[in-house]
Write a protein that binds this ligand. Structure first.
Ligand SMILES: Cc1cc2nc3c(=O)[nH]c(=O)nc-3n(C[C@H](O)[C@H](O)[C@H](O)COP(=O)(O)OP(=O)(O)OC[C@H]3O[C@@H](n4cnc5c(N)ncnc54)[C@H](O)[C@@H]3O)c2cc1C
Length: 264
């Protein structure tokens, strides 16, 4: 079985700066970590590898050259191979361009059975890339997976969280899952793993290597641009309504009507 895990390197801080030219995050030189949800995706791949025979795990990432560190970290956890999509043409990608670019690398790697992504990245927070990638590859996708109940070389049965609890879903492979943190506890890289990671080459893939349509990658291929990132300031002039439910609802609706009046 061939498992692919999508791993994103994210800033280890909320103090991020936006490039005023491109309105994209400045990632170079910023303290970075492996996106926490992706550590759970890697851990789940390693658990499947332990449970089934002949499982090969490949991690892919799109990011600046420093994202090699994130891939080395998951190799130290036990991932077999890793590839980094890195070129200035890829920079500034929104989720559409990101999922397109990742899909090209996966097509280049050939046959695969299962793709594992994290539920979301802690910087963009859109949770769109996993489902977007499944769309690009035209395969079934199950998001918010909290448990894999059964898997063999042809099919998978999982528990997917819902607002009411969870539902059980089956799918034929190849398929894509996005996982939540409840699914497992990621292992720490071992010393042996760190030694292997240090020796492991992480090939860099360019737009040419994956036959990318330059109009569909990076800022050029992104219909969405982030125009401003800011921490909303905590408003001081909040108002507290007191009284029984009816009274407070009356007060609140009067207040809202007033606000709407003022906006007009
Ligand atoms: C503050 C902020 C807001 C943004 N808002 C939007 C927006 O509204 N719409 C939009 O299209 N873009 C937006 N972006 C850009 C978006 O962050 C990038 O497109 C990013 O590459 C993917 O989206 P995400 O971070 O939301 O990932 P998510 O969709 O949340 O990531 C889900 C999973 O996909 C995989 N994944 C995601 N990115 C990569 C990667 N580069 N390499 C490997 N695997 C990956 C990981 O497994 C990850 O756990 C925003 C960026 C920032 C910083």
């Amino acid at each position: 079985m061939k498992i692919i895990v999508c791993v994103k390197q994210v800033p280890d801080t909320t103090e991020v700066t936006i490039d005023p030219e491109t309105n994209t995050l400045i990632r170079e030189g910023v303290e970075s970590i492996v996106n926490p949800f992706d550590l759970h995706a890697v851990e789940e791949a390693l658990k499947i590898k332990k449970a089934l025979n002949e499982v090969e795990i490949t991690a892919i990432s799109m990011g600046p050259p420093q994202a090699t560190e994130a891939l080395k970290e998951v190799i130290a956890m036990g991932v077999d191979k890793a590839y980094l999509l890195s070129a200035k043409e890829f920079a500034g990608a929104d989720t559409l361009a990101t999922s397109y670019t990742l899909s090209l690398a996966i097509r280049k790697l050939g046959v695969f059975d299962l793709i594992l992504c994290g539920k979301q990245a802690i910087d963009g927070d859109t949770a769109q890339v996993g489902p977007g990638l499944a769309g690009q590859l035209d395969i079934p996708q199950i998001a918010y997976v909290r448990k894999i109940e059964y898997i063999d070389n042809n099919s998978i049965r999982v528990q997917r969280i819902t607002e009411e609890g969870h539902e059980i879903i089956e799918a034929f492979l190849p398929a894509l899952l996005t996982v939540v943190k409840d699914i497992n506890i990621p292992r720490l890289p071992t010393l042996k793993g760190k030694i292997i990671a240090r020796k492991t080459e992480v090939p860099i893939l360019t737009p040419g290597d994956v036959n990318a349509d330059e109009k569909r990658i990076g800022l050029t291929g992104s219909p969405t641009t982030v125009i401003k990132v800011f921490t909303p300031d905590m408003r001081k002039d909040s108002k507290i309504f007191t009284g029984d439910t009816e009274q407070t609802v009356d007060q609140l609706s009067t207040e809202i009507e007033q606000i709407i009046e003022n906006i007009k």
